[in-house]
Design a binder for this molecule. Structure first.
Ligand SMILES: *[C@@H]1O[C@H](CO)[C@@H](O)[C@H](O)[C@H]1NC(C)=O
Length: 418
């Protein structure tokens, strides 16, 4: 088994052409691990198209600028597959913490929860981040993690030297986890993408079947989350599609932008976009989380209990409701179903309103289906009464597939915006 090795210290003239170099067609984790180890800084280790590598332990990057990918960079089912073997003690497939500019590209990562089982306390399929900059995960399928996430970019834990500039683009993620607990009481849910790094980009990913958060933003100041599609499982409940509810970086979401994402509830998302410390559970972390942040242009459709819920936030939030697909099954008292208006509201919120008494808090991170009416109540209550909404943006295109049921009473904007 020969690995494709490229040393970035060589001059360009001496580099082998990647396409003609050997790729890995069989072996196990040691095959890939040895290639990384011997290649050192800048090693490019490639699987052959169609290769399936079973592993019983994680594969770890060993130096900066390394890459694991499939030769020729296919984006379809011919991407090389790395799969956790049944009976394995591995939960993470690829571990790349604390190395700069590493790349995971054009691979399929199968956590094999079905065959290898849930791993209580196990880590994500992909674990990157730490004291790093410039890491990339692109065109990677990551599914069925034994642990709590399909892809985790962890923070460094040092706000003066944070994880920076992770690029997570064009991946197909999921399914991730299941609903409920197993016979021993272990939570079975898992995130799609868990981002805890600053100035990072999460773009163009499809997350199909997350059961905890689809994209969980742990503060991650300066990061952009745009153009992703997040679809709940047809079989399992997803807690939230996009979460801005966890406090890292002292609660700062400064400069975070969540735009033009497409959220679709199949069985159910409890939350479309959750914003603030009192949304997931009450005061966890201690409120408020902090902006300024922007949430705009996102489309939310299907079965989503709270399309956007905001509570426990300070220091600025711009939320634009643009072209929400109708909640065709539920026209009851939900302002977010008022397509086709485009409506922007800027919240320099007053002191975060304690609108939910602690007794109404959602228990820990696991909450069950709740009724649909509360998000209207929350939002209307948070609106500054003295300013009128900014309606200056052009109206969005009306959705075509979402006729207002005849029994639903016409509501005027003045009723909603009072
Ligand atoms: C972020 O990382 C990418 C590589 O993934 C690099 O091309 C880009 O220049 C980096 N940006 C900054 C600001 O360092």
């Amino acid at each position: 088994m020969k690995a494709t090795l490229k040393n970035s210290l060589l001059t360009a003239a001496t580099l082998p052409a990647i396409a003609s170099a050997a790729c890995i067609s069989s072996g196990n984790q040691a095959t890939i691990q040895n290639a990384l180890q011997s290649g050192g800084n800048g090693a490019v280790v490639q699987l052959c198209p169609g290769a399936v590598i079973q592993i019983t332990d994680q594969i770890s990057f060993t130096a900066d600028n390394q890459e694991i990918s499939t030769q020729g960079y296919p984006t379809d089912s011919s991407r090389g597959t790395i799969q956790v073997a049944p009976g394995s003690s591995a939960s993470t497939l690829i571990y790349g913490k604390n190395f700069n500019n590493i790349r995971i590209k054009n691979l399929q990562l199968e956590g094999n929860r079905g065959g290898a089982g849930l791993f209580p306390g196990g880590a994500a399929n992909i674990e990157i981040g730490g004291f790093t900059t410039g890491q990339t995960v692109s065109n990677v399928a990551s599914r069925n993690p034994r642990g709590w996430s399909c892809l985790h970019a962890i923070g460094s834990g040092d706000n003066n030297n944070p994880c920076k500039n992770v690029t997570i683009v064009n991946n197909d993620i999921g399914p991730c986890g299941q609903s409920g607990t197993d016979a021993n009481g272990n939570g079975q849910w898992a995130d799609g993408i868990s981002l805890d790094c600053t100035a990072s980009l999460v773009q163009g990913n499809t997350i199909n079947g997350p059961t905890d958060g689809g994209i969980v933003i742990f503060g991650s100041p300066g990061s952009t989350i745009t153009g992703n599609t997040i679809i709940s499982s047809p079989d399992y409940v997803g807690f939230g599609a996009i979460n801005m509810v966890d406090g890292e970086y002292d609660g700062s979401y400064a400069g975070v932008s969540v735009t033009n994402n497409n959220i679709q509830g199949q069985k159910l998302f409890n939350l479309g976009i959750g914003i603030g410390a009192n949304v997931w559970s009450f005061g966890d972390p201690p409120p408020p989380l902090k902006g300024p942040a922007t949430v705009s242009g996102n489309t939310i459709s299907g079965h989503v209990s709270f399309p956007i819920a905001i509570n426990g936030w300070s220091n600025g939030l711009t939320v634009c409701f643009s072209q929400f697909a109708c909640c065709a099954h539920e026209w009851s008292a939900n302002v977010f179903c008022r397509s086709p208006e485009t409506l922007c509201r800027v919240f320099p919120l007053p002191t975060p309103a304690s609108l939910m008494p602690p007794s109404a808090a959602l228990p820990s991170r696991a909450f069950s289906t709740r009724t649909q009416t509360s998000s209207t109540t929350l939002l209307d209550s948070l609106e500054p009464r003295t300013s009128s909404p900014d309606l200056s943006l052009p109206p969005a295109t009306p959705p075509t597939s979402c006729a207002r049921p005849s029994h639903f009473p016409t509501r005027s904007p003045s009723m909603l915006d009072r």
